[in-house]
Design a protein around this ligand. Structure first.
Ligand code: JFZ
Length: 311
């Protein structure tokens, strides 16, 4: 609805969080820095066997992950919503789910539902809360392209699995401001079904264009990008702190905080002045701690915004 769009458009500046089992590796496997690919996709780029990757779940205990301080950081930065990786390509669910034991509540010593913690913390701070959800799943046996059938499209079984998880996500955590579906090869019918399902449970939830087949409420620009021409559709620019990764990378060269603040404020201005929403990512460490550099960047952006009366 136009009202849902207006509300979403009003967010302007939001926090993206990439956090999962991969955060524990920080871009390192077998004592090697994995240079290829994003660190959140290390399972694929370092070709980690499934059993080895599953062990990470049994060690996952992010005691320093504090949803309230993350929500407070977002608020201080001048952000109006938080988008969290409920499930990335590795298939590990950061929420309690009946669909698979491969989740942070059942497979990990922490027994925590991070979607719940963040949804509640965001709402307590008056922030909106949305979800990243991967349509690719490297853990689900009937997923494409991992399935033995090696289907070109998402299999019916995988599609049903997605629907069950989405129903949980859309009904248990209060208002969901947006669903940031990430690329999968849906059939047009599958995309349409997911699109309609989201609005059945959350009428005002904005759906990302990466659901595919033109079933969307907003377009996502290529990472860190903005359109050259005026777009007549709602759009968002998602940005990582460093172009090579969204998930935590322990060996990242970060440079000076001031330089990053300048770069990201410029991006924020370029995006928002053209009518887009700017979604800036943080990648907490495996223990849940926000990287100091990223915390400082966000705090200084917030200081800049509040100096001019915007936050
Ligand atoms: C996807 C994910 O594969 C990645 O791990 C991360 O979560 C990111 C936010 O989203 O990666 C993409 C998808 C599309 C583009 C770039 C990266 N694109 O269209 O430019």
């Amino acid at each position: 609805s136009p009202q849902a769009f207006q509300q979403w458009h009003g967010d302007k500046f939001s926090m993206f969080i990439h956090f999962g089992l991969y955060s524990q590796l920080g871009g390192v496997w077998n004592h090697q820095q994995i240079q290829d690919g994003y660190s959140e996709q290390i399972r694929a780029f370092a070709q980690i066997p499934q059993e080895e990757y599953e062990k990470l779940a049994s060690e996952f205990n992010p005691t320093a992950f504090n949803a309230d301080s993350i929500a407070l950081l977002a608020k201080k930065a001048g952000m109006h919503s938080i988008i969290f990786t409920s499930k990335h390509h590795d298939g590990f669910c950061l929420f309690k789910t009946a669909t698979t034991p491969f989740n942070s509540y059942d497979a990990s010593p922490c027994k925590r539902d991070f979607v719940k913690e963040l949804a509640e913390a965001a709402h307590r701070q008056g922030l909106r809360f949305g979800l990243y959800f991967s349509l690719i799943d490297w853990h689900y046996p009937y997923a494409s392209p991992m399935s033995p059938h090696n289907a070109d499209f998402i299999t019916e079984a995988h599609h049903n699995y997605t629907k069950q998880q989405l129903k949980e996500l859309l009904t248990r955590y209060g208002t969901i401001s947006e669903l940031w579906f990430d690329m999968g090869s849906n059939t047009p019918a599958q995309s349409k079904e997911l699109y309609e399902m989201v609005h059945q449970y959350q009428p005002d939830c904005m759906v990302s264009g990466r659901l595919g087949n033109d079933q969307y409420n907003f377009c996502v620009m290529a990472d860190n990008d903005y359109p050259e021409k005026t777009l007549h559709a709602p759009w968002q620019s998602a940005a990582s702190m460093f172009n090579e990764t969204w998930g935590y990378r322990s060996w990242q060269e970060r440079g000076k905080v001031e330089d990053k603040v300048r770069e990201k404020i410029l991006s924020l201005i370029n995006v928002v002045s053209r009518g887009g929403n700017y979604l800036l990512n943080i990648g907490p460490k495996g223990n849940g701690e926000v990287v100091d550099f990223e915390k400082e960047v966000l705090e200084q952006m917030g200081n800049w915004l509040s100096r001019y009366g915007y936050a």
